[in-house]
Each structure stands twice: as structure tokens, then as C-alpha cells.
Design a protein around this ligand. Structure first.
Ligand code: IPM
Ligand code: MG
Length: 370
């Protein structure tokens, strides 16, 4: 596999996207040299950068590049100051990110949430609720449910009165395929899966619970637990150590993954993978940090590049099966954290061994640790 040329589309996007992407590319090049990989990384504009360059959040040439690539390394898109100036369906979130997810059938979203012991101070929970450090994985269904269901409209029903409609819709097959992803992920972890639904109220919840229960029969080594989404939101705060894999439909996963992310202290630490189908040895995927564009700190060399760098590691692991190269990146990040390097979001002034660094210095140190 490593002898093959791997084509990566790097879409940095807006806000802090370009500066964290620069560091991820630096680290990929370092790991490529070290492990003898042939990585061809091609950059293209997306989001407001796409609108400014070619009039569209997802320019045709960018989409074409993605089609020819083996994986997409994505930064982040959307600028709250500019978004309201164009129609909703042309804004970066819908026109670029949701479009790419749908276009490439990226139905499985993996969001690992890890709080290393060294960053205990950054977690909003008391230390005695953190166990030996937190480590859970949100598996979120990404191309179904309310975000894509039709009808999706706003209509005027009387003067000054509108009605907005979103539709929550799932089929058995959609639930089955994400359930398999969840159970397989649990097999590689602590062998527990908590399936989230609202089966006490929603038809979708009843179907979700039935299908997950049925798929579970193929995974007798996994402990399955069902939990209502409102209770799950509370349990994540009260006892996050009870979770291993958390399996959710699209909207519940969107919400709970942000809540879980808060436990890791900073969105700047969290990568994600959005996976489609596998063909041959390659699983097409889009890899992006969990945080947004953070326009307030953009261009100031303040952003934490670790989420973007760990997203590149997930790409090597999940799309290309390059386990050793991916582990080398994870290890380099751990080494640099252990050495005390901290961007502002994870800096603790009381920790005398911590040293505050900027985006590029953090990237340099991780590349050097490869
Ligand atoms: C996420 C984001 C997106 C989502 C937005 C930007 C459309 O919140 O990836 O979680 O809701 O899926
Ligand atoms: Mg979200």
C-alpha cells in the first residue's frame, strides 16, 4: 500500500483553516519522508475562499479535484460576518460541507474525544469525574435524518406567519450500516456501545432502537446499552467514563459530539473522520477538525493546529490503512504535549512546565518529533 501514490485534496477554507492546514501538511510531509510514502497533496479553495476565488462555496474545480483524490483533508468553512450576505443554500455550511458529505456518501462520522491526563485542568469537570483521563468515540450518522430529509421548507401561511418544516427520516438500511460501523469500532476499543435515541417520542427512535438491537446479534462480544438522548446529555456531564462508543443519528450526534468535545478541554484538540464506502484498499473519507473557523483568532498564529494534524493521522489510518504512519503522528502529538508545549486554548499558567507557543511553533515541534 505504501508504495502507491496517494492523492490528497487539501481544502483549507476560511478563518483559521489555512494556518492549521499549513501545519498539518508540514507534519504529513515529515511522516511521508520518514515512512517512504508517496503523498501528493493538492490545495484548492472552499467556503468563502471558494466564493472569493470562483463565485461558489464549492467551486467546480475543487469538486473535480476531490473526485480525483483518494481522500479530502478539510479545514473549516463559514464566516458569521459574511454568511448572512448570501442566500442560505449558497452559504459554505450547506453548499460546501453538507454538499461534500452527500456527494461522496460520507455516512459515518467518527469523533474521538480524548482528554489526556496532562490536560486535566482544561476539562470543565472536577478531576474526580475524569477517571484516568477521558476517552470516548462518538459515531454519528452523517447523511440522513433532519439535515437532509425532505420536505425542508419555510412557507408563509398568513400575513406575518411562517411555517418551517424539517423532516426526520431514516430507513432500516441507513441505520444498519452506521450500526455496523459503531459495533466494529467498539470491537477495537473497550467493547461497549451506547446507542442514543428518543424512542419514547419519535418513530425514528423506535426504528433506530429495533435495528441497532438486531444488528447487535452479530456482535456478541459487545455490550449494548440504549439511552435516551436527553439522559445521555446529562450522563456525559455526570459520568463520562461510562461511555466507550456513543452511536447517534445525525442531529443527536451533532449536539452530543460538541458536548463531549467540551470535556476534552478544547475543540482545538479534536479530529474527525467522515467515511463513505470502501473500494479495494481505499475508503474514501473527509477529515476535518471539530472546531470551526474561529474568525476572532484567525491569522494571528494563535490557533491550535493539533485537531487538523490528528485529522491527517485519521486519514492515513482509515482511508489508507497506514497504521504505523498514523500512530507516528499520534505519538508525536503526545510527545510534544508531554514536553509542555501549549497553544493558548490548552495553556495553564499554574503549570510551571508548560510553555505557550503559536500555531507554527506547535506544528514545527510535532513535525520534528516524527
Ligand atoms: C459539524 C458542524 C456542521 C454540522 C455544520 C457546520 C453544518 O456543526 O460538523 O458538526 O452540523 O454537521
Ligand atoms: Mg456540529
Amino acid at each position: 500500500m505504501s508504495s502507491k501514490n496517494l492523492n490528497i485534496a487539501a481544502l483549507a477554507g476560511d478563518g483559521i483553516g489555512p494556518e492549521v492546514m499549513r501545519e498539518a501538511i508540514k507534519v504529513l510531509q515529515a511522516v511521508g519522508r520518514k515512512n517512504g510514502l508517496q503523498l501528493t497533496i493538492t490545495e484548492a479553495p472552499v467556503g468563502w475562499a471558494g466564493i472569493d476565488a470562483a463565485g461558489k462555496a464549492l467551486p467546480d474545480a475543487t469538486l473535480e479535484l476531490c473526485r480525483k483524490s483518494d481522500a479530502i483533508l478539510f479545514g473549516s468553512v463559514g464566516l458569521p460576518d459574511r454568511d448572512p450576505t448570501i442566500p442560505k443554500d449558497q452559504r459554505p455550511e450547506r453548499a460546501a460541507l453538507l454538499r461534500l458529505r452527500k456527494e461522496f456518501g460520507l455516512f459515518a462520522n467518527l469523533r474521538p474525544v480524548v482528554l489526556p491526563k496532562a490536560l486535566a485542568h482544561a476539562c470543565p469537570l472536577k478531576v474526580d469525574r475524569q477517571g484516568d483521563g477521558l476517552n470516548l468515540l462518538v459515531v454519528r450518522e452523517l447523511t440522513g435524518g433532519m439535515y437532509f430529509g425532505q420536505p425542508k421548507t419555510t412557507e408563509t401561511i398568513a400575513p406575518g406567519q411562517q411555517r418551517a418544516i424539517d423532516t426526520m427520516v431514516y430507513t432500516t438500511a441507513e441505520i444498519e450500516r452506521i450500526a455496523h460501523v459503531g459495533f466494529k469500532a467498539a470491537q477495537l476499543r473497550r467493547k461497549k456501545l451506547t446507542s442514543i435515541d428518543k424512542a419514547n417520542v419519535l418513530e425514528n427512535g423506535v426504528l433506530w432502537r429495533d435495528v441497532v438491537t438486531r444488528v447487535h446479534k452479530e456482535y456478541p462480544d459487545i455490550t449494548l446499552e440504549h439511552m435516551f438522548v436527553d439522559n445521555a446529555a446529562m450522563q456525559l456531564m455526570l459520568k463520562p467514563t461510562q461511555f466507550d462508543v456513543v452511536l447517534c443519528e445525525n442531529m443527536f450526534g451533532d449536539i452530543l459530539s460538541d458536548e463531549a468535545a467540551a470535556l476534552a478541554g478544547s475543540l482545538g484538540m479534536l479530529p474527525s473522520a467522515s467515511l463513505g464506502n470502501t473500494s479495494g484498499e481505499i475508503t474514501f473519507g473527509l477529515y476535518e477538525p471539530a472546531g470551526g473557523t474561529a474568525p476572532d483568532i484567525a491569522g494571528k498564529n494563535l490557533a491550535n493546529p493539533i485537531a487538523q494534524i490528528l485529522s491527517a493521522a485519521m486519514m492515513l489510518r482509515y482511508s489508507f490503512g497506514l497504521t504505523a504512519a498514523a500512530a507516528a503522528i499520534d505519538q508525536a502529538v503526545a510527545t510534544v504535549i508531554a514536553a509542555g508545549l501549549r497553544t493558548g486554548d490548552i495553556f495553564n499558567a499554574e503549570d510551571k512546565s508548560a510553555r505557550r507557543v503559536g500555531t507554527s511553533e506547535m506544528g514545527d515541534a510535532i513535525a520534528a518529533a516524527i
